[in-house]
Design a protein around this ligand. Structure first.
Ligand SMILES: C[S@@+](CC[C@H](N)C(=O)[O-])C[C@H]1O[C@@H](n2cnc3c(N)ncnc32)[C@H](O)[C@@H]1O
Length: 166
């Protein structure tokens, strides 16, 4: 009986989290493990690089980037996912290298980013495009999973991952 109650509670939290992200703009769906690892390869991450994940969800891309030595910042408006990421940062002892902000991704500071990751929808990608290409420094990399950036040609497209250079 207690097992059923715990299961229902977990399902309730998961449903609430996905619904809340949908209301914010994009439902919460973590990038698949295989594609997440490919995104790290395409970004050629190394220690010292600065990574931003726009809509960082539960932080999967942030933690993979940190494993490769990069410094990672996530922007996530869903409070459940924001606090979950904060907790995992603490548990993994990554406070100096990974951070998350409960702030709209449209307000993200992209000026210092070497790599920006995004897994959003077509509309937010179109809205983000001018910000990405004006705020990011020349030579920086944008990696979008599942959706392209309208009006821009990727330098690479593989496994549903679009890679752009500013
Ligand atoms: C498809 S998930 C991607 C999660 C993560 N980047 C990953 O690849 O595993 C999109 C996330 O963007 C967040 N999001 C949507 N609109 C946002 C906004 N305006 N500001 C911040 N986060 C947003 C949602 O809450 C959701 O967690």
């Amino acid at each position: 009986m207690i097992f059923l109650e715990v299961l229902l509670f977990i399902l309730g939290v998961a449903l609430f989290t996905v619904t809340l992200s949908s209301i914010i703009g994009v439902p919460f769906l973590p990038t698949h493990h295989k594609q997440a690892r490919a995104m790290m390869e395409f970004a050629a991450l190394r220690p010292g690089l600065r990574v931003v994940d726009l809509g960082s969800g539960a932080g999967r891309l942030l933690f993979l980037a940190a494993e490769r030595g990069a410094d990672a910042v996530g922007y996530e408006l869903n409070p459940v996912l924001y606090f979950w990421t904060l907790l995992v940062i603490k548990l993994k002892g990554l406070s100096g290298r990974v951070s998350v902000r409960c702030q709209s991704l449209y307000q993200a500071d992209l000026s210092g980013a070497d790599v920006v990751f995004a897994f959003l929808f077509p509309k937010p990608m179109a809205k983000l495009a001018p910000k990405l290409f004006t705020e990011m420094k020349p030579g920086a990399t944008i990696i979008s999973y599942a959706f392209s950036i309208p009006g821009h040609t990727p330098i690479k497209k593989e496994q549903g991952i679009f890679v752009y250079k500013v």
